[in-house]
Design a binder for this molecule. Structure first.
Ligand code: PGA
Length: 239
């Protein structure tokens, strides 16, 4: 079912004491959407021991089930610690860890096998947008997963134009809506039209309302602005 969702991606930021403080502050807020916090792995279990009203997401999981992968965290481990969501395919991992659509599909499978909900990120670089091939490129990222996953389980899709992430440059509501509408049509061809599609990329309190008002935008995946409770909660109240 399409739901309004705001998810905060803290990335590799915040110390343990600041994390606790930020979560407590977020928890005191009110909002009219599903709220998800993707904090660093280290803090996830600290959060599950509290009775927070928001949900938790991992920022990543390993693509294998278990085994000799020093330093990695599996979907099974996350699920066993009560984590409900996992971000996969973020452009920073595609770029810095060379993650491919094949690998991301394996991660999708691992999450689904463990009854977790993937938050699948897709998005184009500036070069691809300037070449005019962005709609097809992003659709192919999505199709690869849907064509090759073991079970086409429910998931959340996040469109994050790479040129807008952490740059202060946001896609205009029209640019974002055009892509979201295109992705919705792809989802419809897989009978997945009820999937929530989030926009990500320099989403802030000042532009969230206009973005979320677009027909095919169901919320946001928020990086920088999720590191302050005030701005994160303001975005979560922008529907
Ligand atoms: P940003 O990051 O809001 O800081 O642009 C978004 C993301 O990477 O998820």
């Amino acid at each position: 079912m399409r739901k309004n969702i705001v998810a905060g991606n803290w990335k590799m930021n915040v110390t343990a004491s600041d994390a606790k403080h930020l979560m407590d502050e977020i928890n005191q807020g009110t909002y009219n959407c599903d709220l998800i916090v993707a904090c660093p792995t280290l803090y996830l279990q600290m959060a599950t021991t509290k009775d927070y009203q928001f949900s938790l997401a991992a920022q990543n999981c390993h693509h294998e089930t278990s085994g000799a992968y020093t330093g990695e965290v599996s979907a099974q481990m996350l699920a066993s610690a009560d984590i409900k969501y996992g971000i996969i395919g973020h452009s920073e991992r595609r770029e810095y860890q060379n993650e491919t659509d094949e690998l991301i599909t394996k991660k999708f499978n691992r999450l689904v096998e463990n009854n977790m909900t993937p938050i699948l990120c897709v998005g184009e670089s500036l070069d691809i947008r300037q070449s005019g091939k962005h709609l097809g490129f992003v659709a192919n990222q999505l199709k690869h997963v849907l064509d090759n996953c073991a079970i086409r389980a429910d998931f959340i899709l996040a469109y994050e134009p790479v040129w807008a992430i952490g740059t202060g440059e946001t896609a205009s509501p029209e640019q974002a809506q055009e892509m979201h509408q295109h992705l919705r049509s792809v989802l419809t061809s897989y009978q997945k039209e009820d999937t929530s599609i989030l926009y990500g990329g320099s989403c802030k309190p000042g532009n969230a309302k206009e973005l979320f008002a677009q027909t095919d935008i169901d919320g946001g995946l928020i990086g920088g602005a999720s590191l302050k409770a005030e701005s994160f909660l303001a975005i979560a109240n922008s529907f």
